[in-house]
Design a protein around this ligand. Structure first.
Ligand SMILES: Cc1ncc(COP(=O)(O)O)c(C=O)c1O
Length: 390
């Protein structure tokens, strides 16, 4: 069976160039980048090149890039690092949006257990944070605001430049989780006006377990790990050389393809979305149509349990998701759709389709051709009383 992957927001397959370069680095650049000798310096040189490539993706200076163990780690280093650096000043209030990834939400919860105040900024059905809602959430002692660039479940893009200005007016540090926007839409840290920005390589055809945190020069940040002086003392531990190099290659490829791929994938996504909404009764789009990353659509299917639809599609060779990968496998409704105020039947009946590099027009035709009958069958089963089904 030809399997179709439509879950690129969960992860992407590393590109051929990433795999080739990583395997060469694993065997050839095995030195410890902190070593003074030839082998160490070779490893350091390939990391430096990757640092420039990742910096270019973000419009940043290479010296401001800290390589991390992925998006979750970048979010943690940013939030914990700022909060702990500012704790002695008496600023003990953290703000985030209610639709953040668990990496941010659970870090705020950890600080709440330590006696910090935390505020989650609400969103409406558009899934976009209104600047006025952030203004209301700010307090005298707000240390940090963390609002994601693009949402992982519905793809909406937040007005980061405007939100960062509000945080700055309140003398708070601003962090954005750009894990779902990096490589999909242009990012310029200076134009966004943020202090910290985290990204993850496996969301743009790089390897898993490696990411980067951009930090504005001069920002006070308590190191999350204590150890050696790697990454200017901000992330101790011998570097994941092959992973970092793979991320560099992925960043370079993303830059080169972003415009053409954005248009191509956006057209596929729009056709998929429009066809589903037109040909499957009782469907609705979740969140605003624009601004969104071009690859994502999230649709609710009335009277169709999302988990059953996911499994039925998987049996036909089509991989989708019910929301964030971390919460799939549980029947918990999506916290993002809940925060948007959608009724229970929609928070539990929604499917995320996230497209990527290998997807084609034929793939979309296949999903569109199959979906109405699959949904109809599931709905007829639900209508049948349990006793008759047995
Ligand atoms: C918005 C967002 N932030 C953070 C993460 C975590 O990134 P990682 O898997 O690299 O830890 C994800 C991954 O799903 C994400 O979508």
């Amino acid at each position: 069976m030809h399997r179709l992957y439509l879950d690129h927001n969960a992860t992407t397959p590393p590109s051929a160039a990433v795999v080739d370069r990583m395997s060469a680095v694993l065997s050839q650049e095995f030195g410890n980048p902190s070593s003074v000798h030839y082998f160490g310096q070779r490893a350091k040189a390939v990391i430096d090149q990757a640092r420039s490539e990742v910096a270019a993706l973000l419009g940043a200076d290479p010296s401001e890039i800290v390589f991390t163990g992925g998006g979750t780690e970048g979010d943690n280093i940013a939030i914990r690092g700022v909060a702990e650096a500012l704790e002695p000043t008496g600023r003990k209030h953290l703000v985030a949006s209610s639709i953040e990834h668990e990496a941010v939400l659970n870090t705020l919860k950890a600080f709440a257990r330590r006696g910090w105040r935390t505020t989650l900024v609400p969103v409406d059905q558009s899934g976009i944070v209104a600047p006025d809602a952030l203004r209301t959430a700010m307090a005298e002692d707000t240390a940090l605001v963390s609002i994601m660039h693009a949402n992982n479940e519905i793809g909406t893009i937040q007005p980061i430049a405007e939100l960062a200005t509000i945080a700055r007016e309140g003398r708070a540090v601003f962090h954005t989780d750009a894990v779902q926007s990096a490589g999909k839409v242009p990012i310029d840290v200076k134009a966004l006006g943020v202090d910290l920005l985290s990204i993850s390589a496996h969301k743009f055809y790089g390897p898993k377990g490696v990411g980067a945190l951009w930090t504005r020069r001069g920002l006070r940040l308590q190191p999350a790990l204590t150890g050696g002086k790697q990454e200017r003392g901000r992330r101790a531990g011998t570097e994941n050389v092959a992973g970092i190099v793979g991320m560099g290659v992925a960043a370079r490829e993303a830059m080169a393809r972003m415009t053409t791929e954005g248009v191509r994938i956006g057209a596929l996504r729009d056709r998929l979305e429009t066809s589903i909404l037109a040909h499957v009764a009782g469907t609705a789009l979740n969140g605003a149509r624009e601004p969104r990353v071009p690859n994502t659509t999230n649709i609710s299917f009335d009277r169709t349990e999302a988990e059953s639809l996911l499994i039925a599609l998987d049996l036909e060779g089509i991989a989708v998701s019910t929301g964030s990968a971390c919460s799939s496998g549980t029947l918990e409704p999506s916290h993002v759709l809940k925060a948007m105020g959608l009724p229970v039947h929609r928070t539990q009946n929604s499917i995320r389709f996230s497209l990527g590099a290998a997807n084609t027009d034929e793939d979309i035709d296949r999903v569109v051709a199959m979906l109405p009958a699959i949904v109809e069958k599931l709905r007829s089963l639900t209508r049948t009383p349990v006793a008759r089904r047995l």
